[in-house]
Design a protein around this ligand. Structure first.
Ligand SMILES: [Zn+2]
Length: 264
């Protein structure tokens, strides 16, 4: 292996022996001391994405040659990957913004550049989920809807769930207009906790905080919620930021279950 690719991880998630998770960085060393952008979005970077996805999987010691993504549409649908024979192309046709699965060795992922990537893990039932929570997805509570789906399909109890929020645009940098705030007033009675007034008609929106609230009101305990603490815009040298750059690459937030040894 002559390249070096270091993904970002959440410490308390790395602790689980049968779980793999990662947030892909902006660049990697393709050969010693040569930094190259890590281009993983099939839509944004069709040329490099297949090759770079292979590097990502290899760096995580994942045998699968493919990553399961859905067609993200800023909605609240959760796709359940329960058919081991479904191809990545079939799954990518599914319009959804979250994926959940209990299948092992199947990496599921979302693409973001500022939106909040969320990973959920239930160590009791050994099931995972990954969520693309942008402004619209957060407004329609995609995190709590995914938690409901985990409970319904796999019997997960919210109090057992662990939640990780990856690199996303922070409340420090995400400035929006009044019309973007209005829907949050409807769907979050705690909206004042994550919206601050910037000027007469401009507001700072903390989407990470909103998603933490969405997770806790669905029953996840605060001590089970972990944040990467990385703002994509403040740390634009390390992460892609759509707000900061316009056309740019994407962060892949990936999670995969490993086979648990059978209990004796
Ligand atoms: Zn920032």
């Amino acid at each position: 292996m002559d390249y070096s690719l270091k993904t970002h991880a959440i410490d308390s998630f790395s602790f689980f022996p049968h779980l793999v998770h990662a947030f892909s960085p902006r660049s990697f060393e393709s050969v010693k001391d040569v930094h190259e952008e890590l281009l993983l979005g099939r839509k944004t970077d069709p040329k490099s994405s297949s090759q770079h996805r292979q590097l990502l999987l290899e760096s995580l010691n994942i045998d699968s040659k493919e990553i399961f993504f859905v067609k993200q549409v800023h909605g609240d649908r959760v796709f359940v990957l329960d058919d081991p024979h479904k191809s990545v192309d079939q799954v990518e046709q599914e319009e959804a913004d979250a994926l959940i699965t209990d299948l092992t060795e199947k990496p599921i992922a979302v693409l973001t550049a500022d939106c909040v990537p969320v990973i959920l893990y239930d160590p009791e039932k050994h099931v995972v989920g990954v969520i693309h929570a942008g402004r619209k997805g957060t407004q329609v509570s995609i995190v709590s809807k995914t938690i409901s789906m985990l409970s319904r399909v796999y019997g997960s109890r919210p109090q057992d769930l662990k939640m990780a929020l990856g690199p996303a645009i922070g409340g420090c940098c995400y400035e929006v207009e009044a019309h973007c705030i209005a829907p949050f007033r409807e769907s979050y009675r705690e909206w004042k906790d994550f919206v601050t007034t910037h000027s007469q008609s401009r507001f700072m929106l903390d989407l990470l905080k909103a998603n933490v609230i969405d997770g806790t009101r669905a029953g996840i305990s605060k001590e089970n919620i972990h944040r990467s603490g990385e703002c994509t815009s403040c740390n634009n040298d390390r992460w892609f930021s759509y707000r900061r750059e316009g056309t740019t690459g994407r962060i892949v937030s990936l999670v995969m279950l490993r086979e648990k040894p059978a209990k004796v």
